[in-house]
Design a binder for this molecule. Structure first.
Ligand code: FAD
Length: 403
């Protein structure tokens, strides 16, 4: 077999996985990292614990956790899915655990276990690692590529771009120069700022079964909602930020939201309140919260509708009841800006999937050039899905190169 000289650009999760698998075929594999740190996102991921993948094993289900690119990953997940990622790390001595919500972490609760495993494996396979080497240009030739690395040019037979996501267009110019289509990069996974809202006294309060929608759009997500000192966060909000990332960017992050603080639809809630009113006419509204709403939030929402003091269900007028139900199921807030979700963020956008053969992540029009990880227009929700994209695409590119 002809030995190939392969360049991997980027020392993150996808770059390492591609390098390790490309080196299986005894190729000469060089990994270039522009900074002086390897796997730096893995280090901070999952609050330092590294949510390495998810327990969802079925490709059909797994793709539903990707606001962009999920369907294109289906074939890839069938070849190297979450089960394979778990087995890969466990076979190399990293014990994993699955948490109640399906997220998978190393048992050590330390991302260093994942880093050590990847570094060991790269070392065993003889991957040459070069720090502080920034690739500034890739020039395809009739055969192979010339790379500008710092200020020097060097020849490689094959190249894997694994230089990650970055929410600024300019960072992609040298990739666009290759003639590849790039979907403009913007942030995904963020929390909502509501500078004018009156809920600061409730900060820290989390509502487990809420839902949030953006009126006049198709965007609606359910899940826990956390009241913060600047606005709203929690899984329901973060999920919505990911699915609606591009629309929200276009609105310059200024838009209204409607929060349902309960798990009920308006008609059902109205019936439940009416039944409760009939059965408990003398109960004071403020001191008898319903629908698992905490008493602080209950009082806040009731006060907003004009319910105060000792008002009993018996005394509740139709007008006040309507207003109150409105606040329970369609509580309106104005979002004016976003805040990065510190625990995980990802870039929406990147190299368009139409440029790639999704069985190998090789460019259709530039043979020998592969593009993997977050640099591709694929991004997932929180839960281990973004690393799974890195493992799957890195594996497909790397193992294609080792054949
Ligand atoms: C705080 C945080 C926590 C996260 N937690 C999780 C989690 O728990 N689970 C999960 O699934 N996902 C998580 N993610 C997302 C996940 O980290 C990324 O999706 C994943 O790391 C992407 O891997 P990558 O290799 O494609 O890119 P990156 O990890 O970004 O790696 C790219 C590398 O390329 C280098 N590089 C860039 N340009 C060049 C160049 N021109 N030349 C040479 N090198 C270059 C960069 O310095 C970088 O080291 C988290 C993200 C963040 C920011």
């Amino acid at each position: 077999m002809e030995l190939k000289k392969i360049a991997i650009i980027g020392g993150g999760a996808a770059g390492f996985f591609a390098a390790i698998h490309a080196a299986e075929g005894k190729n000469e594999v060089h990994l270039f990292e522009k900074s002086n740190k390897l796997l730096s996102k893995v280090k901070v991921s999952g609050g330092g614990r590294c949510n390495v993948t998810h327990d969802c094993d079925h490709a059909n289900k797994l793709i539903q956790y990707y606001p962009r690119g999920g369907r294109s990953l289906k074939k890839g997940f069938e070849i190297f899915g979450t089960k394979d990622s778990k087995a890969w790390f466990e076979n190399r001595g990293v014990s994993l655990k699955i948490e109640g919500d399906g997220r998978v972490f190393p048992k050590s609760d330390s991302s260093q276990s994942i880093i050590d495993c990847l570094l060991n494996e790269a070392n065993k396979k003889g991957v040459h690692i070069h720090l502080k080497k920034e690739v500034k240009r890739v020039k395809p030739k009739t055969k192979g590529f010339f790379l500008k690395i710092n200020e020097k040019e060097e020849y490689f037979d094959k190249v894997v771009l694994a230089n990650g996501g970055y929410p600024k267009k300019e960072a992609y110019q040298w990739i666009r120069d290759l003639g590849l289509e790039i979907s403009d990069p913007i942030p995904s996974l963020f929390t909502f700022n509501c500078p004018e809202y009156q809920m600061k006294e409730l900060m820290g309060l989390s509502v487990p079964n809420g839902s949030v929608q953006i009126p006049g759009s198709k965007w609606k997500e359910s899940g826990s909602i956390l009241i913060t000192h600047w606005g709203f966060s929690g899984p329901g909000i973060i999920k919505l930020s990911a699915w609606a990332a591009r629309d929200l960017f276009e609105k310059n992050y200024h838009f209204p939201i409607l929060i349902n603080w309960t798990k009920f639809k308006e008609e059902d809630l109205r019936t439940l309140v009416q039944d409760y009113k009939t059965e408990n006419p003398k109960k004071k509204i403020l001191s008898h919260p319903l629908f698992d709403i905490s008493s602080r939030l209950w009082q806040h929402l009731a006060n907003k509708a004009g319910i105060c003091g000792d008002l009993r269900y018996l005394d509740l007028s139709k007008k006040v009841m309507n207003k109150w139900i409105e606040h329970l199921v369609r509580d309106e807030h104005q979002v004016k800006g976003k805040t990065t979700f510190k625990e995980e963020f990802v870039t929406c956008g990147g190299v368009e999937l139409s440029n790639l053969d999704l069985k190998t992540f090789e460019c259709k029009d530039i043979k020998g050039l592969y593009i993997v990880g977050e640099l591709v227009n694929i991004d997932g929700l929180t839960g281990g899905f973004n690393f799974q994209n890195a493992w799957t695409s890195g594996f497909l590119a790397g193992s294609s190169l080792s054949k």
